[in-house]
Design a protein around this ligand. Structure first.
Ligand SMILES: Nc1ncnc2c1ncn2[C@@H]1O[C@H](COP(=O)(O)OP(=O)(O)O)[C@@H](O)[C@H]1O
Ligand SMILES: [Mg+2]
Length: 362
């Protein structure tokens, strides 16, 4: 059965109220009639309505003040003003102040009234959605600006830390230098997280944010490896690469794909225990180029696997490590989707994890 439209009719003249009630078919409308603003306000405490039909001259309010007090009570409910012969101007003012419509009681028929009510509800819905979207966009914009502004001081601090550690500002002990470099490495993790947040914002806003050039994935991987190798060596993790001699070119956004491999390698190194092994393989298939990143880490259960590409999703391994936001793989998926590529994961608990990234060959 169709949901009925619930109407609060605020009208002190019994004859007028009867007339309006007659016009609206009972099978489509549930009408509650009250005769004053006070009664209206009472009933709105306990009942909700889809629309308010409001007479402007009531025993406890007249003209615009009636509308204003209704609006304060239920700002989300659309209001249609009912007017007599002589208050058109006031009704027009009420519309300017946010009422959805006004109709003349003396000059209304059933279909006109029904239509006015439905348009009022639809228009109000639209207004509310637009309001929500505007605040959502403002919040996102604010987040993006904030994260962007957080980056610069961090980069500056890291430069100073490196200078200090290199003794450029005077002699310090090796212990001090090591400590400073540890702070720099923590800052780098923070920077990577900020970069992920910014990139998520960028790709959510515009799926076409990729700038494609013809490139070899191997070249992008080599750059990423340079960054990750020192960290892997520190943890006695070996990284083996297998690149074919006949790799095909792909169309890729080099910076965005670098973020993908950085995130995948970062996870592999982060979750693999000391002494483990990671293999990086590029496999040219018929029409695509695939990169495999295999690790000897803890693996994942099927349940975990089903959620890893969701925003903020962290599995058992992820929750054990404090530096992480659960955005890495979400971002990878967004970027790969923007390339019309595929990203997938094979993993079993206790036997390690393999991520597979495929892009169409150029
Ligand atoms: N190589 C991996 N081995 C085991 N678990 C992984 C691996 N890569 C990702 N995961 C799981 O997937 C989750 C989501 O990864 P990601 O989006 O990069 O978030 P984060 O690294 O911030 O935790 C991780 O928290 C982890 O539980
Ligand atoms: Mg990660």
């Amino acid at each position: 059965m169709l949901n009925k439209t619930t109407v609060l009719l605020v009208e002190d003249s019994v004859a007028d109220a009867k007339y309006v009630q007659q016009l609206l078919p009972k099978q489509k409308f549930d009408i509650v009639h009250v005769r004053s603003l006070a009664e209206a306000s009472n009933i709105m405490e306990t009942e909700s309505f889809d629309v308010i039909l409001l007479d402007l001259s009531l025993p406890d309010g007249s003209g615009l003040s009636s509308f204003q007090s209704m609006k304060e009570k239920g700002s989300r409910i659309p209001v249609v003003i009912l007017t007599g012969l002589d208050d058109d101007e006031t009704a027009l003012m009420a519309v300017k102040l946010g009422a959805q419509d006004y109709i003349q009681k003396t000059d209304v028929n059933a279909s006109f009234l029904e239509r006015s009510i439905h348009y009022a509800i639809e228009r109000k819905d639209l207004e509310e959605t637009e309001k929500k979207l505007a605040t959502y966009e403002q919040r996102e914009e604010f987040m993006a600006t904030l994260t962007h502004d957080l980056k610069n001081p961090l980069i500056g601090t890291n430069r100073v830390l490196e200078l200090l550690a290199e003794q450029a500002m005077g002699q310090i002990s090796q212990d001090h230098a090591d400590l400073l470099l540890q702070i720099r490495d923590s800052n780098k993790i923070l920077l990577a997280m900020i970069q992920n947040l910014l990139d998520v914002y960028r790709f959510e806003k515009d799926m076409n944010a990729v700038v494609l050039t013809r490139t070899y994935l191997k070249d992008i991987l080599s750059t990423c490896l340079k960054d990750i190798l020192p960290i892997a060596e520190n943890r006695k993790i070996t990284i083996t690469t297998e690149y074919p001699s006949n790799e095909k070119l792909v169309h890729a956004d080099v910076l965005a794909m670098r973020r993908v491999f950085q995130n995948l390698l970062d996870n592999a190194v982060k979750f693999t225990p000391a002494g483990g092994a990671i293999t990086l393989r590029v496999a040219p298939l018929e029409n695509e180029v695939c990169v495999e990143i295999q690790d000897s880490g803890p693996g994942m259960s099927d349940e975990e696997k089903s959620r890893i590409f969701h925003r903020f999703s962290q599995g058992r391994a992820g929750r054990k490590f404090s530096p992480g936001t659960g955005l890495g793989l979400f971002l990878c998926k967004k970027i790969i989707d923007a390339h019309n590529g595929k990203i997938s994961c094979e993993s079993e608990e206790g036997t390690g994890t393999k991520f597979l990234v495929c892009l169409p060959a150029a």
